[in-house]
Design a protein around this ligand. Structure first.
Ligand code: CO
Length: 210
């Protein structure tokens, strides 16, 4: 039970610190959450969303899953996306991957791990579509890191293919979807430059008529 005491002690100290810095902090949070950003990241414990980008509670709406994937039939992710865009009105969606991602690494192998294999299959598709450029690289870590980047690019595209994002654009909303990647080696975040801001930047087959 020692872990419970540690966690609750930590929590008490954290709440006291927050209140000391701003006595109204929790009172303001209770009234509303108005984040400007949606973060879709990996569940990896080394990639904590708020800490990395220095945002406080209330400033970032977060969805995390293994290997930061956006699957068209995932009701959980789609619900987060719909709520963030249509109710909270976020203007920026960030898909954030990270180098050395265990989920992406597993997708590059041929082992059977169980249920998770089905979740990661979509990353095998990304590998298969890009195998020519991936297999040109000899270094195993660099190969993995390239697939981590390509996975982010694919998930950025998947976000923009949803009716949620496209309907927001149709309504004239300014909504951008960005691809970031985090490096655990130095704690630095990089912008991969995949930002998509309108339907003209997505494949024609995915576009929904106005
Ligand atoms: Co990961």
């Amino acid at each position: 039970m020692a872990f419970r005491k540690q966690l609750f002690d930590n929590n008490r100290r954290w709440a006291a610190r927050m209140k000391q810095a701003d006595p109204e902090f929790f009172a303001k949070l209770v009234k509303q959450q108005a984040p400007d950003f949606l973060w879709i990241g990996c569940s990896d414990s080394r990639v904590p969303a708020n800490e990395i980008v220095g945002l406080m509670p209330g400033e970032l709406f977060v969805h995390r899953n293994v290997a930061n994937v956006v699957i068209h039939t995932d009701l959980n992710c789609l619900s987060v996306l719909q709520y963030a865009v249509e109710v909270l009105g976020v203007e920026h969606i960030m898909v954030c991957g990270h180098y050395g991602c265990g989920g992406v690494a597993t997708a590059m192998e041929n082992k059977e791990l169980g249920l998770i294999d089905n979740w990661l299959r979509t990353i095998k598709d990304v590998y298969h579509q890009n195998r020519a450029i991936i297999e040109e690289i000899d270094d195993k870590e660099q190969r993995l890191n390239l697939l981590c980047e390509l996975n982010v690019a694919q998930q950025v595209a998947n976000v923009t293919h949803t009716t949620i994002v496209q309907n927001a654009w149709k309504r004239g909303r300014a909504l951008s979807v960005h691809g970031f990647i985090y490096d655990i080696h130095d704690g630095l975040l990089r912008d991969l430059g995949f930002s998509i801001t309108g339907p003209d930047q997505i494949g024609e087959i995915y576009r929904i008529d106005a």
